[in-house]
Design a protein around this ligand. Sequence first.
Ligand code: UDP
Length: 371
Amino acid sequence: KEKKYDYLIVGAGLFGSVFAHEMTKHNKKCLVIDKREHLGGNVYCEQKEGINVHKYGAHIFHTNDKRIWDYVNQFATFNNYINSPLSLSKGKLYNLPFNMNTFYQLWGTKTPREAKEIIDGQIKEYGVKSPKNLEEQALSLIGKDIYETFIKEYTEKQWGTKATDLPAFIIKRLPVRYTYNNNYFNDIYQGIPIGGYNTIINGLLEGIETKTNIDFFEDRVALESLADKVVYTGKIDEFFDYKYGQLEYRSLRFEHELHDVENYQGNAVVNYNDSEYKFTRIIEHKHFEFGKQDKTIITREYPESWDRGKEAYYPINNDRNQDVFKKYKEESKKSKHVIFGGRLAEYRYYDMHQIIASSLTKVEEILKIEV
Ligand code: UDP
């Protein structure tokens, strides 16, 4: 018997939306469902006072991959926003990422040679050659002053765990530069879509059937029977009814606030690096789009522990969780009619460009087999 759809896509985030868009171009019939009341997953923005509010945390698009850059530019024009966060630590403001401006603010050093001398000296003094945790990694990469001013307390509130109990790889990607360059990312392409991320999602899903407020697990059998195949982008452990145990996450709480001033903090992102503040950063959304509105909306981001009722933001990639994930991953290979993709189904902390790439690759793989 013919099914009504080729694909039922569970989750309208970037993975599902790109998948639906590409398959529709190849004449497959798709239905996209999402349990939230809106499409777009965590890139969704809420319009308030003419400002696009990044409801699920700041999203700044960046990539080195021309193919992905061209792909998103089909749906929106990007502005020239460059992420240059500030850091407030122990009452002083600094530039991020760690660069010559930061070193000048910390030590008064003016040349790369002077800054390098201090950092190398601190690394040498510490003397650990094979770091076993985040603290050791940081101290052996950038020395004591930077670690204590910007990393230790921020990381401990972010993860709710001592820096000595965290894996080293979390901060391997923090860039250190001996130039006066405050651009947080090293990628060639960067920006915010003009009109907001919803423009991209609407473009991807144009002409495709979508349904919001639909919880897959509340009507699983009936929903699955609608389509030949299912694309599942939710939590992989939930799909298998937690049979190998529950995967753990770190959650976030966002405190949004409307202020009757044009400009609250003068920058889109200010990190709060010390433990005096319970939040890790304040986002001022209008600055992502150089907004000129009379009012402004800010968001304080508080890290939180996670349980099933909350949003799962960061996978906790320790050995226990990796072992559990491996079991689900093996199990998922047996479900031939289900495709698993995205941050929650792959239990990986993906950036937007990586999700788009992985969805495009998945579509290519499938179409190759079918031909
Ligand atoms: N980090 C830090 N200080 C900062 C920014 C980041 O110590 O000012 C560390 C922290 O451990 C964090 C990791 O670097 O978990 C990755 O931070 P990033 O801002 O790149 O990640 P995001 O949370 O924005 O995805």
